[in-house]
Design a protein around this ligand. Structure first.
Ligand SMILES: [Zn+2]
Length: 227
């Protein structure tokens, strides 16, 4: 009887992914084996704290270089991202890419109650018809930010040559026919509170991350208290 063997590329990818996950764990960003309340109200066992993902420059540079290597064969004029963590990562990707692309970023906001991403005017002028753009994201959980970035590039006549990210939730179908490369492709189950097996076992619920999000929301309008 022969055991089913995995093809070596699959094994190599799995090993590489484990290394990347270990790196994220070392930054303190990745939490596992817990019983966690998500902002959606659902419960899960794993969580990524976005803000901590890019705190170690040597790790970020290493991860950025892996993304750059993956896209090395594609000529890239610019790397585009949005959000602070993705911007730090995109700098590292651009630095390591053989085309020596420039780095630009969009800003997230709301307009008429809808999420949107816009480019500063100075950057809009840099994107011309046919400009080759690599999109960089930290975490792709719904793909909605990526779709906004793709629309933005296409409206300006640019070409999205690919999408590189740190973490992609595999349950998400990206509405894109461009190559996507993720350092970690992983999903974790989420449960409604009434069907959660960990609630059933009486395991305490970690509400820390949701509390922190609520506390952070008004921070832009909070004035530091003068003693
Ligand atoms: Zn639960």
């Amino acid at each position: 009887m022969t055991a089913a063997r995995k093809d070596p590329t699959t094994v190599e990818n799995e090993v590489r992914e484990k290394i990347h996950l270990e790196i994220l764990k070392r930054t303190g960003a990745y939490h596992a084996n817990d019983h966690i309340l998500l902002p959606s109200g659902q419960h899960t066992t794993e969580y990524i704290e976005k803000t901590l993902v890019t705190t170690e420059p040597s790790f970020t540079e290493g991860l950025g270089a892996v993304i750059a290597k993956h896209f090395a064969q594609w000529p890239v004029d610019m790397v585009l991202s949005t959000g602070p963590a993705a911007l730090i990562l995109s700098h590292c990707v651009a630095r390591a890419h053989p085309s020596r692309p420039t780095v630009i970023y969009g800003t997230k906001g709301l307009s008429g109650g809808k999420r949107r991403v816009s480019l500063p005017v100075e950057f809009q002028r840099l994107v011309r018809a046919g400009t080759k753009i690599l999109l960089v994201e930290d975490l792709v959980s719904t793909g909605s930010t990526l779709n906004l970035l793709i629309n933005l590039v296409e409206q300006l006549g640019g070409l999205v040559v690919g999408i590189g990210c740190l973490w992609r939730r595999t349950s998400v179908e990206l509405d894109s026919n461009r190559p996507v490369f993720s350092l970690v492709s992983r999903d974790f189950p989420t449960y409604d509170p009434e069907h959660c097996p960990f609630c059933a076992k009486g395991m305490p619920l970690n509400e820390e991350f949701v509390r922190r999000r609520h506390a952070r929301r008004p921070s832009s309008v909070q004035e530091p208290k003068v003693p």
